[in-house]
Structure formats: C-alpha cells, structure tokens
Design a protein around this ligand. Sequence first.
Ligand SMILES: [Zn+2]
Length: 259
Amino acid sequence: MNFDFSLKSKILAYHKFSAKNEFNKHLKLISNRTDVLITVDDGDMSFYDNAFPLLKKYNIPSILFIIPSLIDTDKPFWWDEYFYYSDNQGNNNELNWLKSIPNKDRLSFLETLKQNSDKPVYKKKQLTIDQLLEMQDNGVIIANHSYTHPMVDQCTEDELREELSKTKDFFDRNKLNGFETFAYPNGNFNELAESILKEFGIKYAFLFDHKVNGKNPDPLRISRLSVNDSTPMTKFKFILSGWHSKLLPLIKAGHKLLN
Ligand SMILES: [Zn+2]
C-alpha cells in the first residue's frame, strides 16, 4: 500500500467516539479537502459503532491503528486497567511515570495492582476480526499500533522484535492490509525502535506531536494533529489551519510564566 503523504500535510489523530459527537461536522468540512487524513489510535469499539458508519457514508478513507493482542477479547486497554485497579482511581502523573519506566517494570507494577485489588475483573468488549475485515472492505486501512501498546522507547531490543513479529503474524494470518503502517504508542520513539521498524519493513511511522507536516516529511516521522470527536468546529478549523500547533508552545510558556 502506498500513500502520497506529500499531499496530506494535516493528519488528524482521534481515539474514541461517543454516540453524540461533532465528527459528522468534521467530516463535512474534510470531504472537500485533499490535504487531510484521518487516523484513529487503539481500535476502541466506539470507532466501529460511531465513526465507521459516517466514514462509509462520506466515503472518506481512514487509518485505524489496532492492538492485535486485544482483538477478539474482553481485555481492557492497560491504561484503563491502571485507573480501574488503582487506589483512589489513580492519576495522570502516576500514569505518565508508568510510561517512563522500563517496560518490564510497568508490566509488573500493573500485575501487582491487579493482584492487590479485590474489585471484580474489569472487562471490555474489543473489536473482532470480522469487524476489522468488514471495515477493511469499506476503505479503512487496518494498521499497526504494536502488539500490546508498550512505550517503545522503554522496550529492549528483544521486546521490540517480539512486538513486531507477533503483529506481523497476526496481520498475515488474518489478511489485514496495513502492517507496514505504524503509529508509535503514545507517540514515544527512539533510534533503536526506528531501526527495528526498518528491519521489519515498516514504511510509514506516525508520531503524536500535534504538528503539521512540511513538504516531503521523513516517512518514519510523520506528524499528527491531536483532535477528538467533540472538538468544536471553531477549534477544529483553527487546528487545521496549523496555527494551534504554532501557538500552543507559546500558550504553555505563558502559563509557566504566570504560575
Ligand atoms: Zn495508542
């Protein structure tokens, strides 16, 4: 599969879709433009329920980055498990810390949380292979978000190879088309991860950096703009203009000065 990303300077990254959303309006605006691409991370069931029917209606292509270890299971996303099993519901600071430690330490921290909790097991319905194939037949590229969604900059070489070889097997076995298109979980990346991606023949890798792409971006460092299904139209247009990403660092710096 080949994209011409030189035409797609604005690549939007979504996650979940509630039943009542602004996505319909986003799509109406996007349907007249050739410079925008829709991508969605994690493969939440709400994409199938609330976004896919609209994408089909407007005939707009999209990329869905899935986590193969969860497909056809009732296993939740690991960060949702973190909040569920934590005392006092956890917090974002601790979640960010968890994303910054070696992968095996993150896994054992989560395992301990689960074992120490007396709550009922948390279950979440995930997408099925049949749903993935149905979407693939209707213009959604089913793409690679790693096997278990670790922070790849916290993985060892062996862990990275395992993530990719299991994902490759899954894509081959199920005849899914987008293995070579990858989104870095959480946007984290480093040189080692990039070299392993190349080794596995990954052609495109997407960041999560809230930036617009320049002409001819590095295909393994493609920028994306962060939006969500409830982003109001005024803000959505502002983000698409590229000005939001230019001003955001200034707004953040301003906050630091004021606080
Ligand atoms: Zn993700």
